[in-house]
Structures are given as C-alpha cells and as structure tokens.
Ligand binder design. Structure first.
Ligand code: SAH
Length: 343
C-alpha cells in the first residue's frame, strides 16, 4: 500500500506538487483544498463540496488531514483556555488561547517536554520526549481556531519546548500559517520566544521571516543566569548579546526580553542597574513577569512592592518595560506552567 500523505505537513508548494503529480490534478485544486483546511477549518475531504465525489474519495484514501485530538479543555476565570492535545503516537502537549481586548492569541508548543531544564519551569521537569512536526504545530492552531469559531489574531511560540531546538518544524509551521493561500496570518502577528539559542537567533536573522523575537533573559549576569537556565553555560550572555546585535543589524527589529521576577533571587535593585548596563546599545523592550507558582518549586513570586521597586529603577534609567499581567494561572495555563501530561 502507498504511504498515507500527512496533509498538515505540506506547505503550499508541496500541496501543489502532490495534487498535480500524484493525482494528476490541476494546480487550482491546491488553492481549493487549502481554503477548506485553513480558512473554513474543514479537515474531512468528504465535506469539500467543490470537489467531485470521486475525487473526494480518492483524496480521503490517500491523504490524512488530522489536527491533534482534544483530550481536555479548561477555562480560566479570566477567559484563558488551556487545551490538552493528543497526537497519533499518543504523545500530548498543551496549548493556550488567550483573549485580551477582543484579540485572540494562541500560545503553541513546539516540543513534547523540553530539554533545557530551566530550574523555574514546569515544562522541562519530565525531560525531553520528542520534537513536534510542522504539521503538529500548525494543527494546534487550526484545532483552536476551529473551536474558537473565529479568527485567531496572534501566535506566540511560547508553549512547551524550545522553538530554536526544533527550528525546521517551527519555520515550516510559520511558512504555512503566513502563506496567503493557506492561513494568511500576518508575519508580524507571530512571535518566537527563545531561551537564548544563539544559532537559532542567527538563523532567524538570515531567514527573511520577520516574525517578532522574544528572549527569556531572567538574569543580568552569567553567574545568576547559569543557575536559573543551564543553557546559559553553552550560550553565555556575551555570545547571546552578540547574536542579538547581529540579529538587530540584519532586521532592524526591536527585541523583547522576558524577565521573571523571583523573590530574593533576581529581583534585587542592583540587578535592575546591571540589566540596563548589559543591554545598552540594543533596541529592546522588557516584560517583567511575575513568577507563576510551579508545584514543588523552590522559587517564590516577588512581592508587588519588589516588582514595583525594580520597575521604578528601570523607569529612572529610561528603560521601556511593563509588568506583565498574568493570565490563566488558576488553571496552570500561565507561562512556565505547561506540562506534558501522560495518558
Ligand atoms: N523555550 C522558550 C519558549 C517557552 S516560552 C523560551 O524559553 O522562551 C515560556 C516563557 O515562560 C519563557 O519566557 C519562560 O522563561 C517563562 N516561564 C517559565 N516558567 C515560568 C514560570 N513558572 N512563571 C512565569 N514564567 C515562566
């Protein structure tokens, strides 16, 4: 038997090639099918009514368009939704749909588990299981958009996993979401968040793919950062900042830094000054993120007073920043709370 084609893994050119080559169809069929999948969120060929019955049957036999299966859904008091998805091998990831001022943002996972083992984050606790494919990343988006019954406005690659350790699939998923003949999501509506994987940042600088970039910094010096994020030993701050300078000269784009507020660990006033000095010369914005409690964690969220004091110093130094409002923490859907939940 011929191998089943996994439809969500195909980009636009691959759809065209598959349909013209394997099925001897005309090119416009790719446009039709992509419209069903990416605009109307119809995944079953039998429902694609502008294809002949015969063609529907042929496609259904040979191509599978299968977003992940929803196995659990939770809704937070603030309206944030968290979904647990299952892929065909039984592995599961979570993704989150945030609603703010009428805009929907999908937070997508890129790996099952995470190899980085940042000491404050739940996603790395169970170790790394596997990368998601491009279609599995896109599938989270499509399944959420179908459930939402309306367009999702923004995508952030801030779920479980490190996007730049699964760069090929992540880039492919962006290409699919952005392609006008597929989902047509504006490239500036997409944000990649990285723990600071230098080759990934450099690849993005070269990629002609002007998504927004966010870097999880969390500390202003190597001593502290290596304690919080072991990956800092491999890519210390000097190399990270050098990569960001190169990124910035290639893209002219501002970078966002995420800075967790951990009581008594990285929230001392002196660190605010050190942070300002470290980032000098870059064009950037800082998000101060109140730490979300992770079960069994040794860290505590900084008090509101300490966060305010840190923020005040940044203001005095004319550093643009905001204190991020937490979302969905009552259902463990907030940053750093996503886990791989096994069956
Ligand atoms: N690996 C990428 C993508 C994950 S993004 C990255 O590190 O950027 C998830 C964001 O949530 C990161 O900024 C991460 O540092 C942050 N985070 C992790 N644990 C957290 C927690 N317990 N509370 C708040 N933010 C957390």
């Amino acid at each position: 038997m011929e191998e089943l084609v996994m439809g969500l893994e195909l980009d636009y050119d691959q759809w065209t090639e598959t349909l013209t080559g394997k099925f001897g169809l005309q090119r416009y069929r790719a446009d039709q099918i992509c419209q069903w999948i990416y605009q109307k969120k119809i995944f079953d060929f039998q429902e694609m009514t502008n294809l002949s019955k015969e063609l529907r049957g042929k496609l259904a036999d040979a191509v599978m368009v299968a977003p992940p299966i929803l196995t659990r859904e939770e809704t937070s008091k603030d309206g944030t939704k968290k979904y647990l998805w299952q892929f065909h091998d039984g592995e599961r990831v979570e993704s989150v749909l945030l609603s703010q001022e009428g805009r929907l943002t999908a937070c997508l996972s890129t790996q099952v588990g995470c190899p980085l083992a940042c000491t404050f984050c739940a996603s790395g606790e169970g170790g790394f299981v596997r990368d998601l494919s491009g279609g599995e990343i896109v599938g989270q988006f499509l399944a959420m958009e179908k459930l939402a019954g309306r367009d999702i406005d923004n995508v952030v690659y801030m779920g479980m996993g490190e996007p730049f350790l699964n760069q090929e699939s992540v880039f492919k998923s962006i290409k699919i979401l952005n392609e006008p003949k597929m989902r047509g999501l504006g490239i500036r509506r997409i944000t990649i968040s990285t723990a600071g994987i230098v080759p990934g940042i450099l690849a993005l600088a070269e990629a002609q793919m002007p998504v927004k970039l966010s870097v999880s910094l969390h500390a202003p010096n190597d001593r502290l950062r290596s304690k919080l994020m072991p990956i800092n030993k491999k890519y210390p701050l000097a190399s990270l900042l050098e990569a960001l300078r190169r990124y910035q000269s290639a893209t002219n784009d501002r970078v966002t830094f995420e800075y967790l507020m951990l009581e008594g660990v990285n929230d001392l006033p002196e660190y605010a000054y050190e942070l300002a000095a470290l980032l000098k010369g870059l064009s950037f914005y800082i998000n101060l993120i109140p730490y979300n409690q992770v079960e069994g964690s040794k860290y505590k969220r900084s008090s509101a007073g300490r966060i305010k004091a840190f923020s005040n110093i940044l203001s005095q130094l004319n550093i643009e920043h905001e204190i991020r409002r937490e979302r969905g923490s009552d259902i463990n859907a907030a940053c750093g709370q996503l886990k791989r939940i096994s069956a």
